[in-house]
Every structure is written in C-alpha cells, then in structure tokens.
Ligand binder design. Structure first.
Ligand code: SF4
Length: 374
C-alpha cells in the first residue's frame, strides 16, 4: 500500500500539529518532487500489486482532480492495482463542491474521508476549521449524490464547546446521513498549537478527561446500536466498510509513504520518515536524492510497536506471532507483565490473541504502554 502526504492546508486548525504549509506557492514543484520520489522508491515495496492507495495530509482536496489523477497515473507507471483497490482521498467539506466532486468521480478515487469534525458552529469555530456546520452536512450529501458511498467522516469529541447533549446530536446527524465509516478522536491539546496557547492564557478551558470518557463510551454504544462495528479504538464501520488501508497498518503490513513527513515501513524491521519541510524536500528530490531518514527497529522497538498497535484493535495481538518473533528475555518479561492484568480483567486472551476488553478501550494507550519493554 502507498500513502501520499499532501502538505498544504487552507488555514491552520487550532488543535493540529501535522505537517503542512498554508502557502501554495510551490505546489507544482511539490507535485513534481513527489512524482520523482515515487519513481526513485518504486522498488521499496515487495508487493507491487497495491490493495490500497491513500491521500492524506494536510488537505489532499486542496489539489484539483486533475492533479490527483496525475499522481495516481504516476503510481500506475510502477505499480499495478488490485481489481478492488481502495483509493481514499482525505477531503475537507469546503472543498467538496460540485465541480470538484464531478472531476473526482471521473478519477479512480473510490473512497472519501471527510474532515467533518462536528456539525456545530461553536465547535468548528474553536477548532478554526475552514468550513461551516451547513457545509459539513451538505458536503456529505453532495458526495453521496456523486456516487461516493464508501465514505468516512472524522468527528472530534470532548471539545470544551461541546457536552454530552451536543455530542448526541452530532451522532444523530451522522446516523441520519447514512455514513458507513466513522473515525472519532478526543480533542487533544498538542504542543505548539493555538489551542494550547489559548488554554495557557485562560481564554479557553481545557478539555475534560471525564467528559471525553463519557462521550467515548456513548459513541461506542450508540454506533453499535446502529449497526457499526467498533474495530479499532477510534474507528467504527458498517460491515464491509472497514478501512482497508488503515487495517493494513494495524496488521503490520509494509507501506510506502510519499511526500514531506510521510513514514514508511518494510513490514519487518525497518522504518523511515521523510523530512517535514517542504522546501528541503523539494530541493533534495530536485537533486535526485531521497529526503528520508531510516532506522532499524530493535527487537524492543518491534515488540512495543506490535503491542501498541495490536491492543487498539478488535484483532488484538497474535500470541503465536509474538512467540515466534521475540527472544526469551522479552517473552518472559511480557508474561510477567500481563499476569496481573489478566487476573484483573484489564486484558483478556481469546483464541490465542491478547486483547483489551472494549470497556477499557478509552485507556488502551496507557494499558499498552505499561507492557512496553524499556
Ligand atoms: S485541515 Fe487537517 S491537516 Fe490541515 S490544519 Fe486542519 S486538521 Fe491539520
């Protein structure tokens, strides 16, 4: 699978610390550099027959449909696509007008992940989103009218401008729109963001963990009552609509990341990440050089990663695979660490897979971190 990071956004959301630039001055140079990177790294993936291609960002919908198609064409020069390949484009509601959707419907993109975040104006203003609540709703309906049925929307819970009642209304609206996939995250205060600054100056109150906890479990129960499967801590899907791309990450498959700040993984012991700087990325690629750094993952790193990712999913951690892959020292440590947690029901084993029961998923990252080998 291939991930392509489009490092541009219209404006900076108050909570975001992803890599992007709000200047489009070097967009053409960036696209040329990305195409060069696809060519230079074409032999890194063992499986040349792609099951998924994902445009993330930043804001991929800032590109025109023709620019998106040209990147897909470039990928197709060196890779083939499985017949039922999933090609996802992350899109912001304000970009999904008729012209854009018409062009996109004529491209191979067959899944949209829409950055809705909330259907409420106060939430959207706090988050400094570029769209209004009306656009949030209309963009989904319009996408469906243009044939995009495989739709995911992002929703953020636990904002200081929200509460359980508003959150319930957000979810009612989502259900009414018949969206088959939802990714939902707690609002987190990341370093060096406007949100962090406002909170430190007392202009905005800090999100409350208790409230986020309540909203998370309401989300989970409500969506399950409405036919969704809760298949990863932050992801819910109707049967048949799991994100193939993200599921592959969670099953430790190899992937190639193109574009500034994109990460790659060889499915075994090697990870790399591209420089998170648009100008330097372009400069390197112009000189036919890759803009990446690489690390070999130690046994400890691989173990921690497997635990961290696996315990967030309904599949859990495959204990047979764990036993095959890791040395005795790590395995003995692991057995000792899980013993008490199994007795207390914080962890369970089902069909030789270690899992966190769903009732503890809000704390999944902390539980996983307790098992890390340091
Ligand atoms: S559109 Fe997405 S990537 Fe861009 S600033 Fe907002 S949250 Fe971050």
């Amino acid at each position: 699978m291939i991930y392509i990071h489009i490092p541009f956004c219209k404006q900076k959301c108050s909570y975001c610390n992803f890599h992007f630039s709000t200047s489009l001055n070097f967009k053409d140079e960036m696209l040329a550099a990305m195409k060069k990177e696809i060519y230079l790294r074409k032999d890194e993936l063992q499986n040349k027959n792609l099951q998924s291609l994902y445009f993330g960002g930043g804001t991929p919908s800032i590109l025109s449909p023709d620019e998106i198609k040209s990147l897909i064409d470039e990928v197709l020069q060196y890779f083939s696509f499985e017949n039922d390949i999933e090609i996802t484009l992350e899109a912001n509601p304000d970009d999904l007008d008729k012209n854009f959707l018409k062009g996109l419907a004529e491209s191979p993109v067959n899944r949209l992940s829409i950055g809705t975040q909330s259907f409420f104006e106060a939430d959207l203003r706090l988050m400094n989103r570029a769209h209004t609540s009306n656009e949030a709703e209309d963009s989904i309906k319009r996408s469906q009218d243009f044939g995009f049925e495989n739709l995911s929307i992002d929703l953020i819970y636990g904002s200081p401008t929200s509460n359980l009642e508003i959150w319930k209304e957000n979810l009612n609206k989502t259900i009414a729109l018949e969206v088959p996939h939802i990714s939902s995250y707690a609002l987190t205060v990341e370093p060096k963001t406007a949100l962090e600054n406002w909170i430190s100056k007392g202009k905005v109150i800090s999100p409350k963990e208790e409230e986020q906890n309540r909203e998370f479990y309401y989300l989970s129960d409500f969506l399950k009552d409405n036919g969704f499967e809760h298949y990863e801590v932050s992801n819910f899907a109707k049967p048949g609509f799991y994100s193939r791309h993200n599921s592959s990450y969670w099953k430790y498959k190899e992937y190639l990341g193109i574009g500034p700040s994109a990460h790659s993984y060889n499915g075994f012991d090697r990870r790399s990440w591209n420089i998170a700087n648009n100008q330097q990325y372009i400069k390197k690629l112009n000189a036919n050089l890759l803009a990446k750094e690489e690390e070999i993952l130690s046994q400890k790193d691989q173990f921690n990663e497997m635990i961290m990712i696996g315990l967030r999913t309904i599949w859990g951690v495959d204990l047979a695979r764990l036993n095959e892959k890791f040395n005795n020292e790590i395995l003995e440590y692991f057995q000792k660490e899980i013993k008490l947690k199994l007795e207390e029901g914080i962890l369970i084993i089902e069909e030789n897979h270690l899992k966190i029961p769903e009732k503890n998923w809000f704390m999944a990252d902390g539980i996983a971190a307790d098992l890390f080998v340091v």
